[in-house]
Design a protein around this ligand. Structure first.
Ligand code: IPE
Ligand code: IPE
Ligand code: MG
Length: 252
């Protein structure tokens, strides 16, 4: 994780007001990375997990405040049972191995997704990690695990109904509050590695006006320089939110 003083960087400085506050990443391509190196998928997941450390450090260094990572989707249960077990084991291992250091570096861990379906022992670990780091403010790390965007909206609707909220009080802001990311701003930038051009059920509500960035680089190879490239490109994007360029210029 990042030291208190950011390490000296060889990547050009980004303009602070152009750095996205909230970045979300679909960490894809572990399996193909492994295949391309003649290794088992397991090794791809191991290397992908190691890479997370590097990206967390770089995120802090670049001034990102919230990082949301897609680690296990509601659809990933459809994978072979052995691989599912491995992915569950990885989260457990990361919590065991990294929690102290993440905490020391001011990372606030949050879980987004459904707890139901996750092994109770792992559930307890996730809750412990979130509670242990809840007062940290340097970086919010949302771990999307057993997460699906449609599932999230279904749960939000159920909770709204259970809370007895009348239909005429339901608007987009209210639905947003009932999502797992309720108190956080929407992602400014959503990155997908491995060349796929789809959202795979990730932040489908919150991503309504996010900038998307796709790279063919597989997740284990997605380095600090690759993240920097994504941020530079984001810095050149013009976000209009439905307005015209003239309107935006008048507001500046
Ligand atoms: C991302 O890599 C990790 C998870 C989805 C958990 P993949 O395992 O999807 O790798 P590919 O897409 O098969 O290469
Ligand atoms: C998305 O990747 C989920 C995660 C990165 C955790 P997948 O590899 O599961 O997505 P699809 O199946 O190719 O759409
Ligand atoms: Mg994949």
């Amino acid at each position: 994780m990042a030291a208190a003083v950011p390490e000296k960087t060889d990547t050009p400085i980004l303009e602070p007001d152009r750095v996205p506050k909230h970045v979300a990443i679909i960490m894809d391509g572990n399996g193909r990375w492994a295949k391309s190196h003649g290794l088992p998928r397991t090794e791809g997941h191991r290397r992908g997990t190691d890479n997370l450390r590097r990206i967390l450090e770089s995120s802090v260094e670049f001034g990102i405040e919230i990082l949301t990572i897609y680690a296990f989707s509601t659809e990933n249960w459809r994978r072979p049972p052995l691989e599912v077990r491995l992915l569950m084991g990885i989260l457990e291992m990361v919590i065991d191995r990294e929690l102290k250091e993440l905490h020391a570096n001011g990372v606030q861990i949050r879980h987004i997704g459904e707890m139901d379906g996750i092994d109770p022992k792992l559930q307890r670990k996730i809750l412990y990690a979130c509670d242990y780091t809840k007062d940290n403010t340097r970086l919010i790390l949302n771990v999307a695990f057993n997460y699906g965007g449609r599932d999230e909206i279904v749960h939000a609707v159920r909770r709204i109904i259970n809370a007895g909220i009348p239909a005429d009080q339901v608007d987009a802001a209210l639905i947003g509050k009932y999502l797992y990311t309720g108190d956080l701003p929407d992602p400014d930038l959503i990155i997908r590695t491995s060349g796929e051009l789809r959202v795979s059920n990730f932040l489908i509500w919150q991503g309504a006006y996010s900038e998307y960035y796709a790279t063919s680089v597989y997740w284990p190879d997605f380095s600090k320089e690759e993240l920097h490239k994504a941020l530079v490109e984001y810095g050149h994007r013009k976000r209009r939110f439905g307005q015209t360029d003239d309107q935006l210029e008048a507001e500046e």
